[in-house]
Design a protein around this ligand. Structure first.
Ligand SMILES: *Cc1c(COP(=O)(O)O)cnc(C)c1O
Length: 398
């Protein structure tokens, strides 16, 4: 008998389980809300990307229902053939205006935006320079190009300068250089020094591409994102990429910049050209999310008020929150199994926050990553802080 050619599936999966590196899926029973049902227990939600609670906002829900009534549940095609609806076009016009850009293009997801556009921005004879902690979708996008690659130290503008000076000596001269960075780093909650990156990239004639998935609806004027946060423009940050799946509360990736960027991206990105467009309720709900950001500034304000209160309380209790400067606050524990244990104990105490362990972060910096939510009440925050205090003492973290 020949060996089952799929035997590796079970073997390699079991190896992951042995190393405690497998994902055990939790079940969210009902909406993503500040107090949510997870695996049959009500918990304070501290690990959702739904920063502003928009995924369950009545105006988004109504917009989605209305769009199903007028446009149906599917678009019927890819955008370049028969699936380009008025709702898709309206969303892009609204997003460009919100971002202060000439034009925007919406992709199915943020992952599809990075995987589709990055390989078209640089190819043979080009160089891509990446922050060492960039998101996996950037890494995969870069892997799809034939460009050469270089890394600069995390959020280290002088090191980017070093790499660019090195690149200048390359023979033959690089045709194009693309500098790419996350805006807010999702494991540490720190902000890329985009103002310095722009300053350093400019004399080298390099393209600047920022992935602001965790900065949107968080940083900048009314949540306009990192370009607004640093008072920059799309003349200097050539590609501002983001997602509707995080604080916007829905799903979908996007890029904003010049009109030429939009035209080029939609003609070249294979993930955009060859994959079905968003269902009408998705586009309509995203438009409603922009409406809310433009008209209800209290959500972003509450998010920061909650963030400041919670971060200070954790620091006062003696937790190490690393270099966080945003609503992503890591609580650094150390060893992976300690972080796993910490998360299980938090869940038992009614707080839902997951551990981030190797290989996502270095082996000895396993952490509980918390993400603040604008809709959490003071009493929820105090309950969460009490749980952290209790478990921290119990496991000798504080
Ligand atoms: C979440 C995330 C993405 C992917 O966005 P999706 O729309 O969920 O596919 C890309 N980049 C960064 C930095 C992210 O955090």
């Amino acid at each position: 008998m020949t060996r089952d050619p799929t035997a590796f599936l079970k073997e390699e999966y079991e190896e992951l389980v042995k190393q405690a590196l497998d994902w055990r899926l939790r079940e969210l029973q009902g909406p993503s809300s500040p107090r949510a049902m997870v695996d049959g227990k009500e918990v304070i939600m501290l690990c959702s990307n739904n920063y502003l609670g928009l995924s369950n906002h009545p105006k988004l829900k109504q917009a989605a229902i209305n769009a199903i009534k007028t446009h149906g549940v599917g678009s019927g095609s890819v955008r370049p053939i028969a699936g380009n609806m008025d709702l898709h076009e309206e969303l892009e016009r609204r997003l460009a205006k919100f971002k202060g850009a000439e034009a925007s293009l919406v992709y199915q997801t943020g992952f599809a935006a990075n995987a589709g556009l990055i390989p078209q921005m640089a190819g043979k004879g080009d160089l891509i320079i990446s922050d060492e902690l960039n998101h996996g979708s950037i890494i995969d996008g870069v892997r799809l190009t034939r460009a050469e690659r270089a890394i600069f130290k995390h959020a280290d503008a002088p090191d980017l300068n070093r790499v660019l000076n090195e690149a200048k000596k390359h023979k033959p001269k690089y045709r194009r250089i693309l500098v790419i960075t996350d805006g807010v780093f999702s494991m540490d909650g720190d902000i890329a020094p985009l103002d310095q990156i722009v300053k350093i990239a400019k004399p080298h004639g390099a393209i600047v591409y920022v992935d602001d998935a965790h900065g949107e609806a968080v940083l900048g004027e009314g949540g306009r994102g990192i370009v607004s946060h640093f008072n920059l423009s799309h003349k200097d940050v050539h590609v501002e990429m983001g997602t509707f799946s995080k604080a916007f509360g829905v799903v979908g990736g996007h890029v904003s910049g010049s009109e030429w960027l939009r035209k080029y991206a939609l003609n070249k990105s294979r993930t955009w050209l060859l994959s079905g467009s968003h269902p009408p309720p998705v586009a309509a709900a995203c438009i409603a999310a922009i409406d809310i950001l433009e008209n209800e500034p209290q959500h972003v304000k509450n998010l920061w008020k909650n963030t400041d209160y919670f971060k200070k309380a954790l620091n006062d209790l003696g937790f190490n929150t690393g270099m966080s400067e945003t609503p992503i606050t890591p609580v650094i524990i150390g060893e992976s199994d300690q972080a796993q244990k910490f998360s299980v104990r938090l869940y038992e105490e009614g707080v839902f926050a997951l551990p981030i362990v190797y290989p996502m972060v270095a082996r000895d910096t396993a952490r509980i990553r918390t993400i603040m939510n604008a809709a959490l009440k003071m009493e929820d925050l105090n309950d969460a802080i009490t749980a952290f205090d209790k478990v921290g003492k119990e496991l000798n973290v504080t």
